[in-house]
Design a protein around this ligand. Sequence first.
Ligand code: FNR
Length: 383
Amino acid sequence: MTAANVADYVESARRFLPDFAYQYLEGGAEDEITMTANRAAFRRIGFTPRVLVDVDAVDTRATLAGASAAWPAVVGPTGLNGLYWPRAEETLAQAAHAAGLPFALSTASTSLIEDVRRASDGELWLQLYVQQDRRIAESMMARARANGFTTLLLTVDTPVTGQRDHYARTGFTLPLRWTPRLLWDVLAHPRWVARVGRHGVPQLVNIAKSAGLGPGIEAQAAALSRQMDRSLAWDDLAWLRRHWPGRILVKGVQSVDDAVRASRHDMDGVVLSNHGGRQLDGAPSAMEILAGARASTPRGFELFIDGGVRRGSDIVKAVALGARGVLLGRAPLYGLAGHGRAGVDHVLALVFNELQICLRLIGCARIDALDASWLSVACDAHA
Ligand code: FNR
């Protein structure tokens, strides 16, 4: 079956991946209330279309943290992408560049900063988790700077990993331990074994390199990845500024007050995000706080959102409520799992096509002309 939309790729990813990997990709925290709310927030918003507008040409271009993009989206940072395809981050970076979008590399990536840069001339951002040993973050920032990464995303919603019940059910651990249950799971997915598993377990090579660990270090790197600096606080943003001359966006802001605080701490913007519903269950969806954050922060302060973006029309809604752009988390990964580059290309093409259709159907020829007057509420009463 040819995939017609992002949701169709969810199903093909589920068939391709062992259950532990699929659940890692798809699952949320606890009762998945927040994860469900992320989609529901988009469904509640409808449009107020304008007709008889010349929409022969539509302009979707955007400037995201100073970089021009073909449309207002970023291929967002996700860890452990090597579970889905070999050289996953290189593949995502190349697909993002081909689509005219920035790519954000996670601290918990399974490819090196240097290898991603070699694979792509595109716009690259670094997502940073700050470990207790601050030298790891300093090294990672230095490596990213040396490789021309432009924007830093400081993720602040993860002092600890959220409670993800599926870890216990599937036997997922970091590093992976080949228990009989996991082996059964893997052996039931021979296509995954042939394409991904035969290369061995993907490792957190980026964090290992910045921590100065040698080869065969998966256990130590995994342990390090859990040693978040839980003391990280607003005052530490000055430390970050000293090490990162480019733009800094604080990712994982979950209230209007914190967005305002970030703007007062010399940050360039925030990503309103609940980590795709993987951290605090009960956190609000970004779309619920976006309009308030826009009204309360200075005009040039960039607001991004993520969580549940699956359709081009979701991007239109976010931009109309004041977002500079969106981060795509799971959507490109659904394409990556089982289809590699072609799958990511197709997912991005599907979403971009939907975005253009939506703009034409609402009668908006320039995406930067969008505002809340194009929206209406209570579109889907059952959401
Ligand atoms: C993530 N996310 C994430 N965020 C981050 O800052 N660093 C990371 O390493 C990861 N890792 C990660 C792994 C996986 C498998 C997923 C699905 C997500 C969160 C990600 O950047 C983004 O906030 C959400 O994925 C957005 O929600 P959607 O688009 O997945 O619904």
